[in-house]
Design a protein around this ligand. Structure first.
Ligand code: ADP
Ligand code: MG
Length: 728
């Protein structure tokens, strides 16, 4: 082991778990202590202002600016009592991360003295100098105005000394420049139309909510080891590194005992999250060594997305207190599982009905099938778009690999629900098959209680799976702002439900009883959407062939997958539900292509640098030692004997030369390809060139480097190896 690497590894493996103070409060007591939630609103706001604000939050009543001053005053009082000195509009630009610019409460008072103020005006709206945020050409730098505006449906919260106000971010001309604005629009569209449809079954329903429960997978790597790997540091993934002899073959990490250093990190993170009102519930080891998962209890979709964004920042902060780096990249290590962000998505009424949950009566089951079948139709019609919504340069490495959802969107229903749909499709008399109750399973040991068997099975290989009372969109990437996927899904289902309602209404107008009209339409949908249903192994090659035959989107090149956002069907869909305009979609795609190019460009540079100034020099150093040995052997023994003695070394010397030459040649080819691609001005064409000619060089360079890692003396290899990075 090289001296440097040895020191880093020794330090990393010698670290003890950080002590985490046991908090004085129970989880439920500390929950939301740093959030201006309804309890605090009631306490700090005059009653009429409180009622007006709740009306905005619950019923989407437009925010009356006249109440903003009173709300701001209450917020400031509470925040000041918590030691807060600053405030910021907190938003989600198209970078995929979050943005904040802190302002102190201080102002000059009338007499020139310094006072602390916080007015309704700054609560409601800000104008950040927004020229440096991705905007896809919507806003030229000379007209750089952008506005952030308060999203009253997501409560303000405190991080450190700063009051954070969730906001949308739009351009001077009103186009959205973030993820929150279209997400809110998609929720408005979906909730409104779902309410109309659900009223057929529940006339008393007043409101529909879209729920989202996000399972977040991640890796933890020791910080010192991470810093010694420039590729991890700069790109979030290892661009090289031979698999460790033992990785996940034994399945011994999944749900295994959580290492003490990691438990300390998790406890610390959970406390911080609970205080911010994020209901973290689940923690466990994931499949790959060094990989873990957390999941909060599901929440209203907009809040769940905000909470996930806050959580990702928190994870980075808390990890550094524990000497870790969090890797949210979808595929940090070759040969072991990547990370996703499984989005559990459902709809519910204000009367407590989950619309994707099977019911006890025939009416309830018709409601259940109505929502399930319309979702299937939406996923079928927009499968290419849904894939585009989860695609980017990083998730590209995870999809289609042998342990992650394939790069083809299909839906898994499980045998029972599939059976119900088949039965309805083939029934002559429109009768619905009843869902089966959970059946009891008695185990043959008396001390074990009866186990209730779920009536849906599971399929880990499906990107979009029905799981009992919700759909799980599993293809979303671990690093992504999952609003992007939710915008596409909500909008597609909203459009579908809207068309469904129109069709059923028309049939009723022609005299059909409502129930018959619904069943007739569903039957047609079941037939039409059949190609999206797939219960088999999504990883298999046979499925790729089959999916192609069924006409599903099988494109694998990320820049080309983005084209799905600009097809006439997609533009029509987004416009029909008032979520995004063609101009906004075009701008977003510009950003997608540009970001793709830049990420590949950074990886190419890092790979080229590491190959040239880490790998080749180390390999040459070892090679020269071998040459030296061979030379000396030749000197001290006779020619014939020397040839035998030096044979192994000579073979290695040649192998190293071959690998070095191949690396140098391919790095050169990659640099040339980059130069050519850089001259292209069209973002789409440039991204395609980066995909086809630059990224395509990575694998071959890596292969030679990984071979060298096996050959070169461990004592001089400078980069921490997989076996060191992946074992905490
Ligand atoms: P898994 O067994 O797939 O890991 P869990 O039962 O742990 O699933 O739940 C995963 C996530 O799904 C959690 O965030 C949970 O709150 C959420 N969830 C459960 N029911 C629903 C629902 N009806 N709608 C949305 N999310 C849900
Ligand atoms: Mg899970």
């Amino acid at each position: 082991m090289s001296d440097l690497r040895f020191k880093v590894v020794e330090k990393a493996f010698g670290k003890q778990p950080q002590a985490v103070e046991t908090p004085a409060q129970r989880p439920a007591e500390m929950f939301a202590s740093k959030v201006f939630d309804r309890d605090k609103m009631r306490h700090y706001l005059p009653q009429d202002i409180y009622c007006a604000l709740v009306d905005v939050m619950d019923n989407g009543t437009p925010l009356d600016k006249s109440i903003a001053d009173a709300v701001a005053a209450g917020m400031k009082q509470w925040a000041t009592e918590q030691g807060v000195t600053h405030y910021t509009h907190w938003f989600q630009p198209l970078t995929g991360g979050t943005a904040e610019k802190h302002e102190s409460f201080i102002e000059y008072g009338i007499g020139g003295d310094v006072v602390e103020t916080f007015s309704g005006k700054v609560l409601v709206q800000q104008e950040p100098d927004a020229s440096s945020f991705p905007n896809g050409g919507i806003r030229n730098t000379f007209e750089a105005r952008g506005y952030t505006a308060w999203d009253a449906s997501s409560p303000v919260f405190i991080i450190d000394d700063t009051l954070c106000i969730p906001t949308i971010f739009i351009s001077y001309t009103g186009e959205s420049l973030d993820y929150k604005a279209p997400l809110l629009r998609s929720l408005r569209a979906l909730n409104n139309v779902a309410l109309e449809v659900s009223r057929w079954f529940y006339p008393e329903a007043k409101r529909i909510s879209t729920f989202l429960g996000i399972e977040q997978e991640y890796f933890l790597v020791d910080e010192d080891l991470c810093v010694a790997r420039p590729d991890l540091l700069l790109t979030g993934r290892t661009l090289m590194g031979h698999e460790a002899a033992k990785n996940q073959q034994l399945d011994d990490h999944y749900f295994g005992h959580i290492p003490q250093r990691v438990v300390a990190f998790m406890k610390d993170l959970e406390q911080c999250a609970l205080q911010l009102g994020i209901p973290l519930k689940t923690r466990h080891n994931e499949v790959a060594p060094g990989q873990f998962e957390l999941a909060p209890i599901y929440e209203e979709c907009n809040l769940a997305v905000d909470h996930n964004m806050i959580l990702m920042s928190l994870m980075h902060n808390v990890a550094s207190r524990h000497g870790f780096r969090v890797l949210l990249h979808e595929k940090p290590f070759k040969g072991v599982n990547g990370s996703g962000k499984h989005c559990n998505w459902s709809l519910g009424t204000d009367t407590g009905v989950l619309l994707f949950a099977p019911g006890k009566s025939e009416d309830e089951n018709l409601r259940f099938l109505t929502f399930v079948v319309n979702t299937l139709m939406a996923v079928y019609r927009h499968n290419g778009l849904l894939k585009a919504s989860i695609m980017n340069a990083t998730n590209d490495h995870r999809l289609g690999a042998n342990e992650a959802p394939p790069a083809i969107i299909s839906a898994f229903l499980g045998s029972q629900l599939s059976g119900m749909l088949d039965a309805l499709e083939n029934s002559a008399d429109d009768r619905l098959q009843q869902t089966k109750k959970k059946v009891g399973l008695r185990f043959d040991l008396p001390q074990i209680p009866e186990i209730l068997i779920d009536n849906t099975d599971r399929n880990r290989t499906s990107p979009f799976a029905f799981t009992g009372n919700r759909f799980e969109f599993r293809a979303v990437g671990s690093e992504a702002n999952c609003a992007c996927a939710m915008i596409a899904l909500n909008s597609a289902v909203a459009q579908q439900l809207k068309e469904f309602k129109q069709t059923v209404d028309a049939l009723v107008e022609q005299g059909a009883p409502l129930r018959n009209a619904i069943v007739k339409t569903l039957k047609e949908y079941i037939q039409t959407s059949k190609p999206i249903r797939f219960e088999g192994n999504g990883y298999s090659d046979a499925w790729k062939q089959e999916a192609l035959r069924r006409g599903l989107d099988c494109e694998t090149s990320t820049p080309l997958i983005f084209d799905n956002y600009l097809t006439p069907e997609t533009v029509k869909m987004f416009e029909s539900v008032d979520v995004m305009t063609a101009k906004e979609l075009e701008a977003r795609n510009e950003v997608k292509w540009e970001t793709y190019t830049k990420k590949i460009q950074i990886e190419a540079r890092v790979l080229g640098d590491l190959a040239t100034n880490h790998i080749i020099p180390v390999a040459k150093e070892y090679q020269s030692k071998l040459i030296d040995t061979v030379y000396k052997t030749m000197k001290i023994v006779a020619q014939e004997e020397a040839e035998v003695l030096a044979a192994d070394n000579l073979r290695l010397i040649r192998e190293i030369s071959q690998h070095n030459a191949a690396i140098a040649e391919n790095v050169k080819r990659m640099v040339e390809a980059r130069k050519v691609a850089n001259k292209i001005t069209c973002e789409r064409e440039k991204a395609i060139a980066y995909h086809d000619t630059v990224a395509s060089c990575f694998e071959v360079i890596r292969e030679h480097i990984d071979k060298l890692e096996l050959i070169v003396d461990d004592r001089i290899w400078t980069l921490p190896k997989y076996r060191e990075l992946l074992n905490i």
